[in-house]
Design a protein. Structure first.
Length: 425
């Protein structure tokens, strides 16, 4: 640390972005829904990111990152509310700058779908912006929590009709955890979906005062999904998180997972950006999480700013160390992704809600090894495990890439075969 008498050394290089490959761009803090379990405290009227701020972000990452591929995920709030002109200008500028610096780009957007129009969908197709939609089940599901689910379903069907690349990101929550057998039938039969992602909700943001899901509730949903995968030998339906864990379970040569590394890519390979240009460790913080901000895009870079950034990242990863109390001796570490440090530190209980369910899954894997092997063989036939991950963000995911590390997952894309003009993960 600099002493009081030392003068910060100014630099033209922004080392904060040196290893960054994934940018979670919160283009607005507005939303047209009010989901009770949203991990942000979203407002109906709020702030949009100025295009100048986005261009500044692009310039910094293109100039300073050593990574050859930069992944942009447009998040919010509801990112479609910022408008088609902004999105078009932003994507085109990023691609232009990437070409200048000899890099490639990928673009995705996480949306609740209800504001999508033919024009907007076709723009995404033209720009190669891949769509990840939030759906937690059919609108007729008892106790459905996702507002306007029928409208989202209709927009999903419209996007598919227009041949857009659309993935489905679900949550396991209090209202749907016991209905995943029915949900999977709906995915297969009505949406003709073969693969999806289901993340476990955590009581943060708008859902801060919601009781956390119990381990039994989480495992109820995941066991129903596993049984559906077993029933079809992985040929008709696959859940992405479980796919990754199954591959880890059956492959003894896999490298250690997050339980051994005790960290993720937040603030290292991944960074979140708020509408006003503040930097966050990842996208799983809300725009006004001031205690976890790492700095600001507009800061003039000097040695002190760079040091403060690194210290903030290290401090974030060091919080709540008791979450690791039995990791070294836990047999489930073979399949574990640890959970989410952002959600742990933001929650009231400061607890990893995925720890016990992971142990329960591991026992299920052990007890059903013979039944699960055909599922894994089917997955291996379809997915090229030799590919390197193109992004490290858990709220975003495509259909074909296996990842050892899940540094961000609140997005899910159906395909991952493009570079600058096709989305990969």
């Amino acid at each position: 640390m600099l002493s009081l008498t030392e003068t910060p050394v100014f630099s033209t290089e922004d080392t904060r972005f040196q290893e960054i490959s994934n940018l979670i761009v919160k283009v607005t803090n507005r939303c047209n829904l009010n989901c009770s379990y949203c991990y942000e405290n979203i407002v109906q009227k709020g702030q949009d990111m100025d295009l100048k701020t986005f261009k500044n972000l692009v310039d910094k990452v293109m100039k300073n990152s050593v990574q050859n591929r930069i992944n942009f995920i447009l998040h919010g709030g509801e990112p479609t509310l910022i408008g088609i002109e902004w999105i078009t200008a932003a994507v085109e500028y990023a691609k232009q700058q990437a070409k200048i610096y000899g890099k490639s780009t990928t673009f995705g957007i996480q949306t609740n779908m209800i504001a999508l129009t033919d024009k907007l969908i076709n723009t995404f197709i033209d720009l190669n912006v891949h769509i990840s939609c939030s759906l937690d089940g059919p609108h007729y599901l008892k106790g459905a929590m996702r507002d306007y689910a029928q409208k989202a379903y209709q927009c999903y069907q419209l996007a598919r009709k227009l041949d857009a690349n659309v993935g489905i990101l679900m949550t396991i929550n209090h209202s749907n955890y016991q209905y995943f057998t029915e949900i999977i039938d709906w995915l297969k039969n009505e949406l003709q979906v073969r693969e999806f992602k289901a993340n476990v909700i955590t009581s943060v943001g708008a859902g801060y005062n919601l009781p956390p899901l119990s381990a039994e509730q989480v495992f109820t949903a995941q066991k129903d999904i596993l049984n559906a995968m077993i029933k079809t030998e992985g040929k008709e339906i696959v859940e992405e998180n479980l796919k990754v864990e199954l591959l880890r379970f059956f492959d003894n040569n896999r490298r250690e997972t997050l339980c051994a590394e005790k960290t993720c890519g937040a603030g290292k390979r991944v960074v979140g950006i708020t509408p006003d240009g503040s930097l966050l460790p990842c996208g799983r913080f809300q725009w006004d999480d001031y205690n976890f901000q790492l700095g600001h895009l507009s800061e003039k870079i000097n040695s002190q700013v760079a040091e403060n950034f690194q210290k903030s990242v290290q401090n974030f990863h060091s919080l709540v160390p008791e979450s690791w109390y039995d990791c070294e001796s836990c047999s489930a570490r073979k399949i574990c992704s640890y959970g989410c440090q952002a959600f742990i530190v933001r929650s009231k209980e400061k607890a990893n809600v995925e720890c016990l369910p992971t142990k329960m899954k591991y026992r299920f894997f052990e007890e059903n090894r013979d039944k699960l092997l055909p599922v894994v063989n089917s997955i291996r036939e379809k997915y090229d495990e030799s590919r390197q991950p193109e992004s490290d963000y858990p709220d975003y995911q495509d259909e074909i890439t296996y990842r050892d590390y899940q540094d961000y997952s609140d997005q899910f894309y159906k395909d991952s075969t493009y570079t600058d003009g096709g989305h990969g993960w």
